[in-house]
Each structure stands twice: as structure tokens, then as C-alpha cells.
Write a new protein. Structure first.
Length: 147
């Protein structure tokens, strides 16, 4: 069985704030809690799209890249059909304040929570998988005494 080609590509991030906080976005209008991500524009790299989408949705602009978490295909129903999205996520570190650098998109409310809370709160299974990947990468960094 062949995997369907993606309808579009998206990129996002798991953002960690020491010692053990991770950023989630509440989207009250849809009753969702999710990670920041969005479409990759034509000619844009996945990393650039992830940084842009994180800044637009959450208001957090000053982040340090720690790791590429890889990619996965996600299929989901929307408007009467099944869509396939290729997602790419990155792990970022927020060294600074807990407050955003700029105003987040009106539809989102950024929130710092523990890893455990994030796993419990995230609406979508695919994003819980990204969170687990991010947590493993974060643990590997902290075991080495970094960042």
C-alpha cells in the first residue's frame, strides 16, 4: 500500500523554557490546545516557516534552535475529505522571559505548562507525538549538561 502524497507541508516547534516548561497555545474558539505550526510558503525552508509560524501564533521571536525533530505524515478529515499533511518540527529553547516578545495572533493564548500537562492537554495525537520527541531531545541535552 502506498502512502498518499501530501496535500501541503507544515512546520512548527516544541518550545521549552527551563527547567521543565513547554509552550502550548490555547485556541478557545475551537476548544483546542495545540503546538505552534503552520503552512510552509512556496520557496520557504521548513525551519524558516517554523520560526515564522511560532512568532505569528505565539509572539515568541527570540528562540534558540536545539534540534530538528524530523517529519511525519498526518491524515485528517476536513470539509468532507481526508487531507494529508507532511509536518516538520523543531525543538527550540526560550532563554528569556515567559512573556511573548510581540502580540500573539488574536485566536491564540500562549501558556507555559509542564511536559506532563502538555501531553494531557494537547488536542491532537500527532502533536502529542511531537511533544514526546521534543521531550526526549530535551532530556538528551540536559543529560549532557547543555544548553
Amino acid at each position: 500500500m502506498t502512502t498518499p502524497s501530501p496535500d501541503y507541508y507544515a512546520a512548527g516547534g516544541v518550545i521549552v523554557r527551563p527547567p521543565q516548561q513547554v509552550l502550548v497555545l490555547e485556541r478557545p474558539s475551537r476548544g483546542e490546545i495545540r503546538l505552534p505550526k503552520g503552512h510552509i510558503d512556496p520557496g520557504e525552508s521548513p525551519l524558516h516557516a517554523a520560526r515564522r509560524e511560532i512568532a505569528e501564533e505565539s509572539g515568541f521571536c527570540h528562540l534558540r534552535l536545539l534540534a530538528d525533530l524530523g517529519s511525519q505524515r498526518v491524515a485528517f478529515p476536513y470539509q468532507g475529505r481526508t487531507w494529508v499533511r507532511e509536518e516538520r518540527y523543531f525543538l527550540f529553547l526560550r532563554d528569556g522571559a515567559a512573556e511573548p516578545d510581540a502580540a500573539p495572533e488574536e485566536q491564540f493564548r500562549p501558556r507555559w505548562v509542564t511536559w506532563e500537562e502538555a501531553e494531557r492537554l494537547l488536542t491532537f495525537a500527532a502533536e502529542r507525538e511531537w511533544l514526546r520527541r521534543g521531550r526526549r531531545a530535551w532530556q538528551a541535552f540536559t543529560e549532557k549538561g547543555a544548553p
